[in-house]
Design a protein around this ligand. Structure first.
Ligand code: ASP
Ligand code: MG
Length: 430
């Protein structure tokens, strides 16, 4: 059971969350928590302030962070004998944070490794407070350090998990932690290299942590508790009359997460697919709601599930007559993207042209330079990508016509339709 920032934001949210966990103890939950809402952002600001040696501001932010957590611990444990211990523990974590941040501040130098330590403190604080609060409510809960089991590579700030190592470690650690206990709590987002160096999984990574743990313990189900009623047909902030989706396939969910729907971290699906573990997206503010079940493909009907979009993307057009009747050209092109670690979303090719889309935040100068040595490259900024997603949609009668009919008066720069029949995407002006 993973609880995101809004599900652990304050006294009320945590009380609700503990109630939800309390109702599932017979299923032996492993509880994975994010930092309290907005805290990871605050930790990023603290890192930046320290790196730019802005001492007054840094201290102000650190105090703010400590205050929010000590207040919350005090509030949640006000009736408990463990209150002082919990507050002391919170202060201890904050002291550790202060000393590393102030060291950064005095040197004006912030390594990725230290940044990973700093931004992971939010999860350490939330899991500590919630662990105490669960115990205070009579749920015997063991706190487990994710850095004892979530093994990753060395990309400190966007680490890639080593699934085999995680699967080898987690079951034993969880089983041991469960001895004499009703529940186990650990941190999302947080990782560690095989040599014990601290890492994090990248923004929103707690979902991914939860599904990796679910895979490792061979969970019956993976629950992602958030603040919406599940996955919707489109982004309700931008589109009127969206509906909740009762069930979607792993494949549909993966496409949706990659192409704009912000409910799940895009990699969350991957571990679940390996063992066919269903994922439920549930609303901690409406726990009796159905949520969305993400299930294996055979259990899902054909048809459109979602219209997702990425608002700000770039299209890179690569033209070269050298491509005609040769092989290996695409390899050369994509090696360049790979070397510069630029991630490509859509691709469309013809005899002498390749068009690819990338997120507007990608730094593509080195890609463009390298490609320009053997091709003409034009970059179009300020474009948006719209994706229609659903099982077998491309096979449905009239689907293409329906999709493109509203675009009569728009320029369409690129169209991409995967052979998986699950996604039709096109690019228009932003
Ligand atoms: N706390 C981290 C973040 O805000 C991880 C997460 O919440 O999933 O990105
Ligand atoms: Mg999230």
């Amino acid at each position: 059971m993973k609880f995101g920032g809004t599900s652990v934001a304050n006294f009320e949210a945590i009380t609700r969350t503990i109630f939800i966990v309390g109702g599932k103890l017979d299923q032996k939950p492993v509880v994975v928590v994010s930092a309290l809402s907005k805290i990871t952002d605050l930790l990023y600001r603290i890192s930046d302030a320290a790196a730019s040696r802005n001492e007054t501001y840094t201290r102000e932010l650190l105090d703010q962070l400590r205050q929010r957590h000590t207040d919350l611990a005090g509030e949640l444990l006000s009736q408990s004998m463990m209150k002082d211990e919990a507050v002391a523990k919170v202060n201890e974590i904050c002291d550790g944070l202060d000393s590393i941040v102030m060291a950064v501040c005095s040197l004006g130098e912030l390594s990725d490794r230290n940044k990973a330590i700093i931004i992971s403190k939010g999860e350490y604080l939330s899991s500590t407070i919630i662990g105490y609060a669960m115990n205070a409510k009579g749920i015997r809960t063991r706190w487990v350090d994710a850095r004892s089991m979530m093994i990753t590579n060395k990309s400190y700030l966007k680490a890639e998990p080593d699934t085999d190592a995680i699967v080898a470690k987690v079951p034993e650690i969880v089983a041991e932690a469960y001895e004499g206990m009703d529940a186990v709590i650990t941190q999302g987002f947080v990782g560690v290299t095989s040599d014990g160096e601290p890492t994090v999984l990248g923004r929103g990574g707690s979902d991914y942590s939860a599904s990796l743990i679910g895979l490792a313990v061979d969970a019956e189900r993976i629950e992602i508790w958030t603040d919406v009623d599940g996955v919707r047909t489109a982004d309700p902030r931008r589109v009127p009359n969206t509906r909740n989706l009762e069930k979607i396939s792993f494949e549909e969910a993966a496409e949706m997460a990659h192409f704009g729907a912000k409910v799940l971290h895009p990699l969350t699906i991957e571990p679940a697919v390996k063992k066919n573990i269903p994922i439920y997206v549930l609303n901690s503010m409406n726990p009796s709601g159905k949520g969305t079940a993400i299930l294996r493909n055979e259990l899902i009907e054909d048809g459109v599930k979602s219209v997702s979009f990425k608002e700000n993307i770039k299209v890179i057009n690569i033209f070269s007559t050298k491509m005609i009747n040769t092989s290996g050209f695409l390899r050369r092109v994509f090696e360049i993207f790979s070397e510069s670690k630029v991630s490509v979303d859509l691709i469309s090719t013809s005899e002498a042209n390749i068009s690819v889309t990338v997120d507007a935040s990608e730094k593509i100068d080195s890609v463009v330079n390298a490609l320009s040595e053997f091709a003409d490259v034009i970059v179009d900024d300020d474009k948006s990508q719209v994706s229609v997603i659903g099982k077998n949609i491309v096979r449905l009668n009239g689907m293409l016509k329906k999709t493109f009919a509203p675009l009569k008066r728009c320029n369409v720069y690129m169209i991409s339709q995967g052979a998986s029949f699950v996604n039709i995407s096109f690019v228009v002006d932003r």
